[in-house]
Design a protein around this ligand. Structure first.
Ligand code: UD1
Length: 340
């Protein structure tokens, strides 16, 4: 298929670009490069041996987006574009609502107009809020998000459900990511957060490389086996393969589908740190700090629906995640700003 990846130069979009190419799809990237680097395009070309068609546009700008969809004869869209910082969303809620909602609205409008029927949306486990039960399955209730970023994911899920009701020929997959981490095995693409990372794995690798001074573990007095929070860390390449599987499902069984993309295994913050220290041979400079507001103690998913219906399952382990994230960080100490 001819797949448009909005935000295709970002962390998850870029890894999915490779997975799509490896599965024989053609891809086109639309990105405004506001949270990503143009360097990603040449790295994708290097890894895949393909030239990558790409456009520097804002997805909320209808006319260039429409032109691309027509010129490139797009059959399916994977929508990764969007602002993604939980903390920034608390400071600038209106910006988050405007950017994330206006882009999905323009995109859907154009898809309906041009009769492009297949859409895969990057949703998040954040839509479950305080988990109703563990492991989280797709029937668990979604609940009010604790931040505007999370709210945009919930709202967009609702918008897409309403759209699919009104346009039953549209095929839509909502993919709820758990905690994506790691990097491509080539160490040419990986996670490159702007400023100080919020998420655990990039924070760990940046302390190890010396960009940051110390790792603060946000609380070790939770009601968990070792007192630290438990999450479902999924290798970004497994996540990317989940997108390819979801795309085939859309074209074979139309409608709206929702899948958790996670491993089904919970790993504590301490376990992740230990796995990283083991594989890197580095003893991290770390201390225990207070709890981080908004953190839930335990969350991991039941990924069996994706396994049954997509024939997909996460294959990589936390050791693979730490090894690949560390290789990426070592080869790119300043992310894409490092010299190639
Ligand atoms: C966070 C976001 C979530 C988003 C997800 C994307 C919050 C409250 N939630 O989830 O909306 O979808 O990232 O991956 O920000 N930790 C430390 N020290 C650090 C960094 C993290 O101890 O320096 C701990 C956290 O307190 C948490 C665990 O590591 O217990 C995982 O944190 P993180 O990687 O930020 O993911 P989530 O909180 O699950």
């Amino acid at each position: 298929m001819n797949v448009l990846l909005t935000g295709g130069a970002g962390y998850i979009g870029s890894h999915t670009a490779i997975a799509l190419l490896e599965s024989g799809h053609d891809i086109v990237i639309a990105d405004n490069f506001c949270q990503s680097s143009k360097e990603v395009i040449s790295r994708l070309e290097e890894i895949s041996g393909h030239s990558i068609r790409h456009y520097e546009i804002d997805v909320a700008d209808r006319s260039p987006l429409k032109e691309i969809c027509m010129d490139e004869k797009i059959d399916a869209v994977m929508h990764f574009a969007g602002l993604k910082s939980v903390t920034k969303s608390l400071d600038e809620p209106l910006l988050y609502y405007e950017v994330n909602l206006s882009s999905i609205l323009s995109l859907c409008d154009i898809m309906v107009e041009l009769d492009i029927r297949n859409l895969v949306f990057s949703s998040s486990a954040t839509v479950y809020g305080e988990p109703e039960r563990i492991p989280l399955d797709e029937h668990c209730r979604t609940s009010k998000a604790t931040n505007p970023y999370g709210s945009t994911k919930l709202f967009i899920e609702q918008i897409l459900k309403d759209l699919q009701n009104a346009q039953p020929l549209m095929n839509i997959a909502l993919l709820r990511y758990f905690n994506p981490a790691g990097a491509h095995g080539s160490a040419r693409i990986g996670e490159d957060p702007e400023g100080v990372p919020n998420n655990l794995v990039p924070f760990v690798t940046q302390v190890a490389i010396g960009n940051l001074e110390e790792l603060v573990v946000h609380g070790d007095d939770y009601d968990t086996a070792d007192g630290t929070c438990v999450r479902d860390f999924i290798h970004v390449c497994d996540l990317a393969e989940g997108h390819v599987a979801a795309l085939s499902k859309l074209t074979s069984a139309p409608g709206l589908v929702v899948y958790n993309l996670g491993t089904g295994r919970g790993q504590s913050v301490k376990e992740v740190i230990e796995a990283f220290e083991d594989i890197s041979g580095i003893a991290l400079n770390k201390r225990i700090g207070p709890r981080r507001p908004g953190d839930v103690p335990i969350t991991f998913c039941d990924p069996s629906l994706a396994e049954q219906e997509l024939g997909w399952r996460a294959k990589r382990t936390i050791v693979d995640i730490c090894r690949d994230a560390w290789r990426w960080q070592q080869k790119n100490p300043k992310g894409y700003k490092s010299t190639a």
